[in-house]
Ligand binder design. Structure first.
Ligand SMILES: NC(=O)c1ccc[n+]([C@@H]2O[C@H](COP(=O)([O-])OP(=O)(O)OC[C@H]3O[C@@H](n4cnc5c(N)ncnc54)[C@H](O)[C@@H]3O)[C@@H](O)[C@H]2O)c1
Length: 244
């Protein structure tokens, strides 16, 4: 069966943050292709419109994941994918504290608030659900100039485990993926620099960057009934980066 012929999410409603581009966009499109009714959240209205251009039955809300409107959108979702994220590059000694706080708010606090709202609704209704958080290889390993990002993504990994532990008795599974370097807007400038791109490639055993679709494949697997006995896990999708 080809991925597009799968119907793993038929009859389900999925909320995807960061759906206007990159990994979130690929997840939203794949969930929709597999039968889900998808709601996409992102700051970029234009990006959301492009994502959902030819998808019938999907809708999107141009909103900040930190807002009350985003929290309200979680209601009735069977699947929650927290893909929105930011990476601010600053040397440690010059790292602006407001950028530090912004990173934690978007990458860590927003997934926490959305997950809690998702869980409250499911516990009240007595229904199962699945959450997938998008962590990073930087949940495990640090890169220079990424202090706030690394801190936020390692905390998101432990939040995934803590949430999984508390929600397991309610039939709510919580997992994460840890993407390696993936071809999205987040690192376009780095990949366009031949020296930096070569250095990154050198660190990847498979010697290439991931596509957003390869990340979506893992995220959708964890969100699907095929992963029914998996909770609290973080799946590296990194071309082997973390094997070293
Ligand atoms: N690209 C990579 O190499 C890589 C590697 C590891 C992890 N990740 C993670 O993958 C996730 C998706 O990133 P991507 O690579 O697709 O990058 P991207 O920049 O293409 O997508 C991120 C999306 O999040 C949205 N967003 C940012 N802040 C927001 C906010 N406050 N409210 C609503 N939406 C907001 C952006 O508008 C954007 O559409 C992120 O969590 C990122 O940290 C990416």
């Amino acid at each position: 069966m080809t991925p597009t012929a799968m119907t793993r999410f038929a009859g389900q409603r999925a909320l995807v943050t960061g759906a206007a581009s990159g990994i979130g966009r690929a997840v939203a499109r794949r969930l929709a292709a597999e039968g889900a009714s998808v709601v996409g959240l992102d700051l970029s209205r234009d990006g959301l419109e492009e994502t959902f251009d030819s998808i019938v039955g999907a809708h999107h809300i141009a909103v900040d994941v930190r807002s009350e409107e985003a929290i309200a959108a979680v209601a009735n979702s069977d699947v929650l994918v927290n893909a929105a994220g930011i990476l601010l590059r600053h040397e440690l000694l010059e790292h602006p504290l407001d950028g530090w706080q912004q990173t934690l708010d978007v990458n860590l606090k927003a997934p926490l608030r959305l997950s809690r709202e998702f869980a409250r609704a499911h516990i009240e209704a007595g229904t199962p659900g699945a959450i997938v958080n998008v962590c990073s290889i930087e949940s495990f390993t640090a890169l220079p100039g990424h202090a706030a990002y690394t801190a936020s993504k390692s905390a998101l990994l432990m939040l995934t485990r803590a949430t999984a532990l508390e929600l397991a008795p309610h039939g709510i599974r919580v997992n994460a993926v840890a993407p390696g370097v993936t071809k999205t807007g987040m690192n376009a400038a780095v990949r366009a620099d031949p020296e930096q791109a070569a250095a990154l490639n050198e660190a990847i055993p498979l010697k290439r960057f991931a596509t957003a679709e390869e990340q979506a494949a893992g995220i959708c697997f964890l969100a699907s009934p095929e992963a029914s006995y998996i909770t609290g896990a973080t799946l590296p999708i990194d071309g082997g980066w973390l094997t070293r």
